[in-house]
Write a protein that binds this ligand. Structure first.
Ligand code: NZQ
Ligand code: ZN
Length: 392
């Protein structure tokens, strides 16, 4: 077992109509002039943005708005947000939406409080020393960004998608009303469930010391999300299922399911970030498309964990060789993806990658991880290329 820090400073306000508390929460954390940051318009169509601005108007809290954060959010809008915040004297950020709006807001927060180009942090050139305080009203259970220390931004030039992590950007509060996720298209709900599970699976498939309590939490979370993803496929307005998935999304990525291990594997995410950067695919779908190929490639180097996953999470009978059991677990996971209409390869993802594209993604991925990364198996550029090739 490894030593660990567990730091989750976010105040979670969970349940029906909790968005009504937004003004009180902003005040509680010292906000006097707010930037409300959102995505491509779902919060306008649902009426949530109007509800929030009405509440702030009623409470006498000044604000400006900036929409347009796209899935795989762009650096260009981050620069725009930084300029707006500086011009308007914004001292608090409110992200209303999914992971993209939250991540874009986090990047704006870094840009306002640190000198120089904010991309330097995502390019691993230097470390941030602060971030503007940030609150969240979550509309999509997926990334866990509402409690996480990370933010993922795409630089349009060269389509470079990179994540940057620091405790400074952990939100001060997260308002989570499961009802706000009921307007999601089924595809986004399924993408979200996939991403949630993957955040815990990245921490689960390691060769570094594990804790029984962490494993038990992880396995319970994975089983819970699977059950409720299937309920939501049939009954998207099921409040309890929405709530289970939403809370799982936060717990999957706030550090809880990684306590005591070596930090996790994270290579499925790194490979997906190349897909997201180049083809602009939905993050969760990209993860599902690559995971099976990654799992088969690394399985023998992390066999005890794959066997345990097969038995404890996927319900595979512990009969036959370890390898056979582990493989059945991978196949069962892929069968689950198909049941919730997620892709299990690049073709199903709608990506027709050329050999040059695959080589480019493997190269960019290797550069992004400084040569090699992975705990289930340490992967180099040639391994990344082999996984991309197997996923076509
Ligand atoms: O942009 P709008 O109009 O709001 O529509 C969004 C978008 O089209 C829509 N949507 C969100 N809530 C909705 C809704 N539509 C109807 N009703 C609602 N209630 O859903 C689409 C996807 O939204 P987005 O925010 O892009 O999705 P997600 O939350 O999956 O975020 C994906 C981004 O987060 C990054 C991903 O790489 C990707 O860039 N990640 C961030 C992480 C973090 N910060 O900790 C970790 C993750 O591993 C991930 O990498
Ligand atoms: Zn993710």
């Amino acid at each position: 077992m490894f030593n660990f820090n567990y730091f989750t400073p976010t105040k979670v306000v969970f349940g029906k109509e909790t968005e009504l508390q937004v003004a009180d929460l902003i005040r509680e954390f010292g906000g006097t002039k707010v930037l409300i940051h959102y995505g491509g318009g779902s919060v306008i169509r649902s009426g949530l943005l109007k509800k929030v601005t009405d509440i702030l108007d009623g409470a006498g809290i000044a604000y400006v708005t900036l929409g347009g954060a796209v899935p795989n959010p762009h650096l260009g809008l981050v620069y725009e947000g930084i300029d707006l915040c500086k011009k308007e004297g914004v001292d608090f950020l409110l992200a209303v939406g999914g992971g993209s709006a939250i991540d874009s807001a986090k990047a704006i927060g870094y840009g306002v409080t640190n000198e120089g180009d904010v991309w330097d942090f995502y390019d691993y050139k230097r470390e941030a020393t602060a971030c503007l305080p940030l609150g969240v009203i979550l509309t999509l259970a997926a990334t866990g960004s509402e409690m996480s220390d990370s933010s993922v931004i795409t630089k349009e030039e060269g389509l470079v998608k990179r994540g940057y992590s620091s405790d400074y950007c952990r939100p001060k509060f997260a308002i989570m009303n499961p009802e706000l996720t009921m307007t999601l298209p089924d595809y986004q709900t399924a993408c979200g469930c996939t991403d949630i599970m993957m955040h815990t699976m990245e921490r689960y498939f390691t060769n570094g010391g594990n804790m029984e309590i962490t494993d038990a939490l992880a396995e319970g979370l994975l089983r819970t999300v699977m059950v409720n993803a299937e309920i939501l496929k049939k009954d998207p307005k099921n409040y309890d299922a929405r709530a289970e998935v939403m809370w799982a999304g936060s717990l999957a990525h706030n550090g809880l399911t990684g306590c005591g291990n070596d930090g996790g594997d994270w290579m499925t995410h790194k490979l997906e970030h190349e897909l997201g950067g180049l083809y602009d695919v939905a993050h969760g779908a990209g993860l599902a498309a690559i995971w099976g190929s990654w799992a088969r490639y690394v399985m023998k180097d992390c066999l005890p964990r794959f066997k345990r996953f097969a038995v404890n999470v996927m319900g595979v009978a512990p009969e036959g060789t370890d390898e056979k059991i582990a493989l059945k677990g991978i196949e069962a996971m892929e069968a689950f993806y198909r049941r919730i209409d997620m892709p299990t390869n690049l073709r199903e993802l709608g990506v027709n990658a050329t050999d040059e594209d695959l080589a480019l993604m493997a190269h960019k991925c290797a550069v992004g991880v400084d040569g090699a990364m992975g705990s289930a198996k340490l992967l180099y550029e040639k391994d990344m290329l082999a996984i991309f090739k197997a996923s076509v």
